[in-house]
Write a new protein. Structure first.
Length: 696
């Protein structure tokens, strides 16, 4: 269930805006055509708009234009082919699997392309439930109306996207602020003996990195106006906040071990909680258009920690207490840095005198959103997961058709094929989760519609229900598929009830078709599967290379390039998110297909810790300014880099890198360097275990 604040954020967020825009566009085009030309043309034109709206997800206008135009053309071709096949039903046995294969190949362009893939599959399947055309002339008219509806919706969506582009950027920034607020509160809770520890850090890290990349792709594209630059500048500051938060997660256990009976843990918790609340307030202010309150530069909790550092002494001096005091001072410095950064964060979109974007290549921080046709040909390889997914989807659609022809006829059998299409995904784990979401969401939707129909609602109420359910189904399509399945069922059942009054056993048919489609999708998820363990070596190697690149950007003995540092920071965050996602998906796979789960979780956790220690070192170096390091300091950084190259490169020799730092730890930089070396050594050991022939 959603909390009241989550509902508030959702209603003001970009996903609900996108859902509302889609519903308004489809409804307006359909109703206008109905008023001018009648029901038949309205259904054809509205179907084109409805099909394309599924691919209308928040994105920069240039990206959205390519996606919507491609979807318009591809779905029109699918509509024409399936409509013509209604004259020769046996042709459908080959046509629907072929269209399923084509829609599966579209997924080669990544996560966003799945929406385009679904649009093609949706109209292919839904058209099966339409009556056959009376002749070629009627078919041509229907196809023309379908294409017109798709293109009109495309124009409408692009105009709205251009008009709302600043609002969309604000909403994306607000999502990142809210996600960082969640992480800050997790840090507060982590200062507890019963905290979720490493596992919780990985979950939050994956969520933050996913949100962060989405935000970059929206806010840092098309920076053309002063307002755009102001929003981009906010994001640059938030990247620093994110880094400082990630660096703040490393020393909780050490601090608690020495300061547990003092006011220090409560003060740290209060400080992190205040930061989380400040981030939430700024998110709310962006979404509502209100002014956020400022976080005071000097907080009582900070004074408590400063007093503890000055006065607390152990009864017996120990190296452990000295280490904990050093860690506490570092944690306080990082929390103060976050507080100062939030103080610098502009409260409005008005440009400031300083330009944090000066000299920065924003393209380096964006995801490649190119739709290269050559990628389709490059995916035609037997080991390609996309080709296997396309074959799997095609065979599942064929099996669905054959099963339906063997069963007693009923008028909504296309629901079975649609269920297969929305459930089957390239990853087994995602398919398994969507089976649960589809079945449960459909059940809840059927209960809701049954309750509504028992009240004998008026035409206006049912029409409003169709509109609201479409908007909500589109809202949750990338957030929570269970809610999408719920509202999609409400939408489909109400539409059938409107267009075919008195349809018997409507809700029962929806349930049985969903269960049958889910069963077929589950069975075919084992056909030519691509298990996550196949990608272990590639992802682990990529994370090690990213960690080494990040270390080189931080530990350069001569000069730290700010642009190179930001680029390498993005790279390691992306790599951590990729390996974290792989681990999460592997947990959903059959037990016999799971490999080295415990070691992989530990590898992710130590990679995260290495990243946090390096981020702390970056802060420590930044505090010292641009002064030239002494020869001994440069040599120490060079030695650490040499060790890391031995640990983290595939052709490195860990045995030759065991001569880590020795001697007393008498300053914060030396302590962090020792931590970096220890984490890299542990990563090397774990990666050897994960990638050993016996494991894979």
């Amino acid at each position: 269930m959603l909390t009241p604040r989550q509902v508030l954020i959702l209603v003001h967020g970009r996903y609900f805006t996108s859902g509302l825009v889609s519903a308004v566009g489809v409804a307006a085009l359909g109703l206008l055509t109905y008023a001018l030309a009648g029901l038949g043309p309205a259904i054809a034109l509205g179907s084109g708009a409805l099909t394309v709206c599924f691919a209308d997800n928040p994105a920069p206008t240039r990206v959205k234009r390519v996606e919507l135009v491609f979807t318009s053309v591809a779905s029109t071709v699918a509509f024409a082919l399936v409509s013509a096949s209604l004259w020769w039903p046996p042709v459908q046995i080959a046509l629907i699997p072929l269209l399923g294969f084509f829609s599966g190949l579209i997924a080669v362009w990544g996560k966003r392309a799945l929406a385009m893939s679904f649009s093609v599959l949706f109209i292919s399947v839904i058209t099966l439930g339409s009556p056959a055309m009376q002749g070629p002339a009627q078919l041509a008219a229907a196809v023309a109306l379908f294409l017109l509806g798709a293109l009109l919706y495309t124009v409408y969506a692009l105009l709205l996207a251009y008009w709302l582009r600043r609002r969309t950027k604000q909403q994306a920034l607000a999502e990142l602020l809210a996600q960082l607020g969640l992480f800050a509160r997790w840090l507060a809770d982590n200062l507890d003996a019963n905290s979720s520890g490493v596992g919780g850090a990985v979950v939050h890290l994956t969520a933050i990195n996913d949100t962060l990349q989405n935000t970059r792709d929206i806010v840092l594209r098309d920076v053309n106006t002063d307002a755009d630059r102001a929003l981009a500048a906010r994001l640059i500051l938030l990247l620093e906040v994110n880094e400082a938060l990630l660096a703040s997660q490393t020393d909780a256990d050490l601090i608690l071990s020495q300061f547990d009976a003092t006011p220090v843990p409560d003060a740290l918790r209060d400080w992190a909680q205040r930061i989380g609340n400040a981030l939430d307030q700024r998110a709310d202010a962006l979404l509502r258009g209100t002014r956020a309150t400022t976080l005071p530069a000097h907080l009582p909790c900070a004074q408590t920690i400063a007093h503890a550092l000055d006065t607390l002494q152990p009864s017996h001096p120990s190296a452990a207490f000295d280490q904990a005091r050093m860690a506490l001072r570092a944690s306080a410095d990082k929390l103060q840095r976050i507080t100062d950064l939030l103080g610098q964060l502009p409260l409005t979109d008005t440009p400031t005198d300083t330009d944090p974007l000066h000299g920065m290549d924003l393209q380096a921080f964006l995801s490649p959103l190119r739709y290269d046709p050559r990628a389709l040909w490059q995916s035609i390889l037997w080991e390609s997961p996309i080709l296997r997914y396309a074959i799997r989807l095609s065979l599942a659609m064929l099996a669905g058709e054959l099963v339906l022809r063997a069963l007693p006829y009923h008028p909504h059998d296309y629901w079975v094929l649609l269920t297969i299409g929305v459930i089957l995904r390239p990853n087994y784990s995602v398919t398994r989760q969507r089976i649960k979401d589809r079945v449960l969401g459909t059940l809840l939707g059927c209960i809701l519609v049954a309750a509504l129909l028992s009240l004998h609602p008026s035409l206006a109420v049912m029409t409003l229900g169709v509109f609201v359910s479409l908007a909500l189904a589109r809202t949750f399509i990338t957030l929570n598929y269970r809610f999408t399945a719920l509202f999609a069922s409400v939408n489909a059942l109400l539409l059938v009830a409107l267009l075919e009054p008195g349809s018997p056993f409507l809700i029962t048919q929806r349930l049985q078709d969903t269960l049958l489609g889910a069963a077929l999708a589950w069975a075919f998820s084992f056909v030519l599967p691509r298990w996550e363990a196949k990608d272990l070596r590639r992802q682990v190697d990529a994370l090690q290379r990213a960690a080494l690149g990040y270390a080189k950007a931080v530990l350069d003995p001569h000069h730290v390039s700010d642009l190179n540092y930001r680029r390498e920071r993005k790279r390691i965050q992306d790599a951590l998110a990729a390996v974290g996602g792989l681990h999460a998906r592997m947990l959903e796979e059959p037990r016999q297909r799971q490999h080295m789960l415990r070691e992989l979780a530990a590898f992710i956790a130590h990679s995260d810790a290495l990243s946090a220690h390096l981020a702390t070192l970056r802060v420590l170096r930044a505090q010292r300014g641009d002064r030239l390091l002494a020869a001994t300091e440069r040599e120490r950084l060079h030695n650490t880099l040499t060790l890391l190259e031995g640990y983290l490169t595939p052709d490195g020799n860990p045995a030759c890198a065991d001569a880590a730092g020795v001697g007393p730890v008498d300053n914060p930089v030396e302590r962090r360097l020792r931590e970096v070396e220890a984490e890299a050594r542990t990563m090397a050991r774990l990666s050897r275990q994960i990638l050993s022939p016996a494991a894979t």
